[in-house]
Design a protein around this ligand. Sequence first.
Ligand code: PXP
Length: 254
Amino acid sequence: MTLSPGLPRLGVNIDHVATVRNARGGLLPDPVRAAELAIAAGADGITAHLREDRRHIRDEDIARLMAAITKPLNFEMAVTDEMVAIALQTKPHAACLVPEKRSERTTEGGLDVVGGYGVVQPAAERLRQAGIRVSLFIEPDPAALSAAVEMGAPVVELHTGAWCEAVMQGHGEEAQHHFNRLKEAAILGAKHGLEIHVGHGLDYATAEVISELPAVMELNIGHFLIGESIFCGLEHAIAEMRAAILRGYARRAG
Ligand code: PXP
């Protein structure tokens, strides 16, 4: 079982800095500046999702991020020929494969690695051969974990969105149900040698709770941090998030 040897890493997703920039056109606020600030404030990596419709991050942002940042880039991408080609050319540290629908506001569910095995596996293999660490964004589901293991993916990112939403709505029983699924999936995945990441919808409170799970090695967080930074600045929001992760992590042993 792969247990986290240390504090889970914090990956900061800067997509929504680009969302604000694009609302006006022009160049500001610059997501690359946000990435640099995030790293200076303690982010262990930067995540950016180049969507098919380029609604936030654009191709040139990815190129500029690769040139500017001093921590790993996690390139979030749909499983399409276009995105695989861009990833192969860009060679980010990691690629997180996600499902993508044009009509969705954000990534709504995990990647269908069972039904879509025949499409996901060859794409993951091409990325792996190029030395890119592949992560599959999946639901906390045993069948999805088995498919990820069969594919030889080194990493899965468990979709925390349903749990976070239930917590936010105050639906205690439903939240507990989703959390139990995440906990079981994290244990099962780690038992099979998968590195466990989590992401989607996390805030200070949910990040703290999920950091208690011993298998969790990385949290990827965007929307909440960028939102918080409007009120307290990105550095402060990241410092608070790291403190929340540390509090959860400190409870692992006890
Ligand atoms: N991880 C993945 C795979 C995602 O698709 C997203 C959303 O882009 C995130 C993490 C970050 O989610 P949020 O912006 O809700 O923190």
